[in-house]
Design a protein around this ligand. Sequence first.
Ligand SMILES: [Zn+2]
Length: 116
Amino acid sequence: MDTATARKRLEEIRGELERSIAVLKGEQDSGERVSDYPQDPADAGANLSESERTQAVLHVARAQHAEVLDALHRIETGTYGICVDCGGEVPEGRLEARPEASRCVSCQAKWARSRR
Ligand SMILES: [Zn+2]
């Protein structure tokens, strides 16, 4: 994927996330339930209260937002598509699925394990 396409997709994702975060923050501040944000009924948050759930979704949205900003920064500095851990190439298919991906598949797996 060329960086112009990647940048466009990242800007779109960033816009969506910023809208979601604004909505979620509004919900959190007003104490109202999240109505139009997609929620997976099978997720582990089934026994969370509504505000805890909002907070959890907000946390995920903010983390992804930070990743998207990082990826845009890597486009600026010419390191987009390069794994931040091993310096290898992030596979094209992975960037198609997640343009904000900063690691190759094996480094991502290692990183995810180290965080659990
Ligand atoms: Zn790697």
